[in-house]
Design a protein around this ligand. Structure first.
Ligand code: ATP
Ligand code: MG
Ligand code: FE
Length: 336
């Protein structure tokens, strides 16, 4: 079973073909990072326009690389939401046109379900499992008892982890997207500035990163007022430590409480070296298998959408041609 996946929720125009939900046949990603870099963030209008320019090219390239005929495909899976509405619509229109022209079923996929299912491209999922979702727009702990059954047990109350990384990067005058730069600086650091760790109420699986972000900003302002130089790597290392310790501690506590067979990491921030190392150590200690996708599958791609789409296809899920972009789409079970 070959599923064609399309992803355009933010600033990557991506098309992939995945066999049986596990094997990547082709995975084409046209990134707009170079375009948005000069603005220090994604400009929605420009993102939509670039998706329009890239969509057909990326789709043609994917089909050519896969060396498959449209008639050999079983379905078209496309990101339905959440994301930038104008960006989502470009992928959805392309998916509708391609599905209609080739008489294929259309399946709308939740972007975060896609991030979670990137792990299905690496290993067989074993339930119950816990996923730490850490991306540009989301920070969530999600428990799954079976395919498509998403139970969000905790989420951020303000900034997402990736958002905090990008904002701290901006304070340190690092290029966009800042996550990888902060990560690199933190790894190089010889000292660490101490920043607060926010745990919220006892037993809560929620997160909050805006206070930490403000602490970094204040630290820099205070230093500037005193005419002192800050050490960017020490700031990056301290910030990263605060983020990683909270993420890892809550993940392990939830893994224990829910008795999971597997822990997965998903989303762009799971590319973070500090997080990967700490999570690996904690999982080894707890004796729980950890799965983290390779870097290229942590950030936005369409293979993850095709992988999730495959399981929705098996579950009989289909979308009709009224499918629309849902910028604020919630992650709910697809079995209901
Ligand atoms: P969402 O998936 O929530 O809609 P998104 O698609 O924009 O948001 P992703 O593509 O999953 O997010 O991830 C991008 C984010 O990951 C950015 O905030 C980026 O800075 C961050 N990121 C990427 N690599 C690293 C890294 N090594 N360390 C920390 N953050 C990173
Ligand atoms: Mg992106
Ligand atoms: Fe994403």
């Amino acid at each position: 079973t070959y599923i064609l996946g399309i992803e355009t929720s933010c600033d990557e125009t991506a098309v992939a073909i995945v066999k049986n939900g596990t094997e990547i046949i082709t995975n084409v990603v046209a990134s707009q990072i170079q375009t948005h870099k000069q603005f220090g963030g994604v400009v929605p209008e420009i993102a939509s326009r670039q998706h329009v320019e890239q969509m057909t090219l990326v789709l043609e390239q994917a089909l050519k690389e896969a060396n498959l005929l449209p008639s050999e495909l079983s379905a078209v899976a496309v990101t339905e939401g959440p994301g930038l509405v104008g960006a989502l619509l470009v992928g959805i229109q392309a998916a509708k046109a391609f599905a209609f022209a080739n008489n294929l079923p259309l399946i709308g996929v939740h972007h975060i379900a896609g991030h979670i299912y990137a792990n299905a491209l690496v290993t067989e999922l074993e339930f119950p499992l816990l996923t730490l979702v850490v991306s540009g727009g989301h920070t969530e702990l999600v428990v799954m008892k079976e395919h498509g059954d998403f139970q969000v047990i905790g989420e951020t109350r303000d900034d997402a982890a990736g958002e905090a990384y990008d904002k701290v990067a901006r304070v340190l005058h690092l290029p966009y997207p800042g996550g990888p730069h902060v990560d690199r600086l933190a790894m190089e650091a010889e000292e660490k500035v101490s920043f607060p760790k926010v745990w919220l109420e006892e037993g809560s699986y929620d997160f909050s990163f805006s206070g930490l972000k403000s602490a970094v900003i204040n630290y820099k302002h205070n230093a500037e007022q005193k005419g002192e130089e800050i050490t960017p790597s020490a700031v990056a290392a301290g910030f990263q430590e605060s983020v990683v310790e909270v993420l890892v501690t809550k993940t392990m506590r939830a893994a224990n409480e829910y008795g999971v067979a597997q822990i997965l990491a998903a989303g762009g921030v799971s590319a973070n070296k500090g997080l990967r190392t700490a999570l690996k150590a904690a999982c080894e200690k707890a004796g729980i298998p950890l799965v983290i996708p390779p870097l290229s599958l942590c950030t936005d791609n369409a293979a993850m959408i095709a992988a999730a789409g495959y399981h929705m296809f098996l579950a009989g899920k289909r979308s009709d041609y009224a499918l629309n972009g849902r910028p604020g789409m919630e992650l709910t079970s697809w079995n209901e």
